[in-house]
Every structure is written in C-alpha cells, then in structure tokens.
Design a protein around this ligand. Structure first.
Ligand code: NIG
Ligand code: FE
Length: 411
C-alpha cells in the first residue's frame, strides 16, 4: 500500500538517520519543513520534501493535509498498562490526607494491584490491557514499553509478560517488554527480603529469559522497596541473562539508584523527581537516558523532575507517561508534553524531542522510530487544523489529533 500525504502545513521532527538521541542545547532544535509532502510505502516512510519538488507518484491513497501538521507518533518508554482493576479508592484516600507511602504501608499500592492481578485470568488481563492500548494509540502513541511487576510470583509475572507478548502480536504498535519482578516485596517475604531477591535472581530471571519474554529489567530502587545493594544484585543477575536495565530511581528519595544505573549501563533511569547535583553529575558523559514522568508528579502532587537544570547542564531527557493504576492512571502523551512545558519549563521543541526521538532511544529503537526519517516506520500523528505546533502543549485540554498512522496504516 502506497500513501501520499500532500499540502502538509508543517512536517516536523525530520532527521538524518544518524541521529539516535538529542542532548542539552540540541533539544531546542526541532527541524521541520513547511508546505510539505510525505510518501509512505508499506510500513515505512519512503520520502518527503517540499510541495514544489513533488514528482508524479502512483499512490493507492492520497490525503490532502491542508492546515494540518504532521509529527512522528509518540514513543512512550515507561508504562505499566497491563494491570487488573483500578485504585480510585486510594485516590480518594490521598485527597483525604494519606500519602502514597502511607497507603502502601497499609497494604495498598502495588500489593493491592498484585492481589487483583493474581486473581485475574490471562484472558481478562489481555482484554483490559487491549482497551488501554487502543486508547493510547488513538492518542498518538506508536511505540510503547510495558512492564510486568504486578505479579510478584513466578506464575503471575509470567502471566503478565505473556499478555504483553500477546498484545505485541495483536496490535501494530511496537512494544518492548520489561521484567519488573522487583516492584515491591510480597507480604510473605516481608521478614525475609533476601529470599525474594533469590527468587527473582535464581528462578524468575532465568524463566523469563528462557521464554524470551522480556527485553529489559527494572527495579523500584527506593526507601521501603529495593535498596541499592538489592538493586545491584538484581541488575547483575539480569545482565548475566542479557537484560539491559531501565530502572525506577529517585521518585521520593535520592539513595544512589542513578549511580547504580550508570554502573550497570542502564538504557534509562526513570522518575528522577528528587535529584541532587551529584545525581545529575553522574549522568554526564554517559549513554544513560534520563526519563521524566510529569503526569506522575501531577497526579501524586510530588516534585517535577528538574528538567530545566538537567538539560541546561547538557543532559538528554525523555518523557513518558508511567501509565499505571496507582501513581498515573493516564497514558496520554499529549498531556505529558503539555505538562512538561507548563510545569517543567521545557520548550515545545524540547518536549517534542523528549517524547519522540529520546523516547525511542529509551526503548532501544531510535534506529526505526521517533523521527520523520526515510526508512523509519511510518508512525505519524496528523493534527487537526492548528495554527502551529506550539498549539500542542498550549491547548492542553483539547484533542488536537485528526488521524494516527502506525506502520503505514491509519488506526
Ligand atoms: O512508576 N513507583 C513505582 N511504580 C509505579 C507505581 C506503581 C503503583 O502505584 O501501582 C510508578 O509510579
Ligand atoms: Fe513506573
């Protein structure tokens, strides 16, 4: 199937294939052309250019995009969209004064979701997760990372990862799977945390990798969850089985998780709401992508990642949703981009770079996703008729998307 889209008001995030991520001052640039055409052949971008240079082309489908802007589909590099049920009761408890940590201490939080997930069938989980995946695709997400971590037993973790694999086979969106057995200690291991670490390292990781069910390994490195030593044991065991880390660090406390990520060559370190200068320094000159999750900060009323300071010091940054039932019940990347601009003082150019090419890097897929580049997947957001791309974060409450193309087909 060949598609020609013509009269595009502005085609943004056009990149040379050699660009895999953008850092520091480079994030302020968002290359674009006005009055453009774009040709798609099968699943891939074939060509693009100025309307003046458009030559005769036999297309099966021709779209006039007058007044509309095209950008690459969002790359959401951090989600937990496979979950069972919701936790709106805890949301109300927080309104009434309890903190996220206090709710977790009372057996709510991650353990509450784990109980629900353990009691759900694989089919039920698949159906619930499919709905969420369809919703985020319609909101412009073309590639997504999904974590396990609400199973917390070998069987239930495998069930989650199996659902992620089935989703990947059922939807056009590109999916990367992350094993997050170290999301919380199950209550039965409360007095014997080492036994749970052993279970993860000696049983779960080999099982997950034998079935090729995960691309990455994650740990929630935080006070009351996994300390630095436990985190590093798990990362080491993961590395032995070929799993690169993408880890939860510095959400509530700076305890050395960023440095562990650097030491174990993490693809990304995520959350980063609480950052000390030494954490920022440890990321300089490394290949680790810092990932901010502003809708989590918004929902929990916790600090926002100090993006301005990090980018001004030369670091790259990616933006993701963290879609999960506890801290971020939303998978809307448009809201993430707007919130990054409004609350973190990122410019629209920085935020769009962070949500596309840098998000792709944080999933290890920036050779095929995250920019308008010849040969990359034709994953596109076609906006409604809007004055400029600045309108995307500006009109933060409106759905500005007209159509979404994933791998060459409209969804
Ligand atoms: O990224 N912080 C750890 N994990 C999730 C929240 C999990 C939950 O509350 O269910 C997060 O915010
Ligand atoms: Fe998360």
């Amino acid at each position: 199937m060949k598609t020609l889209i013509f009269n595009i008001k502005e085609l943004i995030q056009i990149r040379d294939e050699s660009i895999k991520k953008v850092s520091g001052i480079e994030m302020k640039e968002l290359p674009s052309i006005k009055n453009a055409y774009l040709r798609v052949d099968g699943e891939k971008i074939e060509d693009f250019g100025l309307m003046d240079d458009l030559e005769d082309f036999n297309a099966d489908q021709v779209i006039d995009a007058r007044g509309q802007i095209i950008l690459p589909a969002w790359c959401d590099s951090h989600t937990h969209i496979v979950f069972a049920g919701h936790r709106e009761g805890e949301f109300v408890d927080r309104i009434n004064g309890l903190s996220y940590e206090e709710i977790a201490k009372r057996g709510g939080g991650i353990l509450n979701s784990a109980k629900k997930l353990q009691d759900s069938s694989e089919q039920e989980l698949f159906e619930q997760s499919s709905q969420r995946l369809m919703e985020v695709m319609k909101l412009g997400t073309g590639a997504i990372e999904i974590k396990s971590g609400y199973g917390l037993t070998p069987e239930a973790e495998l069930k989650m990862l199996q659902v992620i694999k089935t989703l990947a086979g059922s939807f056009p969106v590109s999916i990367k799977a992350t094993f997050l057995g170290a999301h919380a200690f199950p209550s039965v291991f409360k007095d014997n945390p080492d036994a749970y670490i052993n279970l993860i390292c000696e049983t779960m990781i080999p099982m997950v990798t034998a079935d090729k069910l995960a691309d990455f390994i994650d740990v929630f490195c935080e006070l009351g969850y996994f300390n630095v030593e436990q985190t590093e044991r798990i990362l080491k065991a993961g590395a032995k089985h070929g799993l690169k880390p993408k880890i939860h660090v510095n959400q509530f406390n700076s305890i050395g998780g960023v440095q562990s990520g650097v030491k174990y060559k993490a693809l990304s370190v995520d959350h980063l709401e609480v950052m000390q200068q030494k954490d920022i320094d440890s990321l300089k000159g490394t290949d680790v992508m810092p990932v901010a999750l502003p809708s989590c900060s918004y929902f929990l009323s916790i600090p926002y990642t100090p993006a301005r300071s990090m980018i001004d010091q030369g670091l790259p940054l990616a933006l993701a949703t963290d879609f999960n039932p506890g801290s971020t019940p939303s998978g809307n990347m448009n809201f993430v981009v707007a919130t990054a601009c409004i609350k973190m003082k990122m410019t629209p150019e920085e935020a769009i770079n962070a949500a596309t090419i840098n998000g792709a890097y944080a999933m290890g897929i920036s050779e095929t996703h995250g920019s308008i580049t010849r040969g990359k997947f034709a994953n596109l957001i076609i906006t409604k008729d809007i004055p400029s791309y600045h309108f995307i974060p500006y009109a933060f409450g409106s759905n500005l998307i007209d159509k979404v193309m994933i791998k060459g087909a409209f969804i």
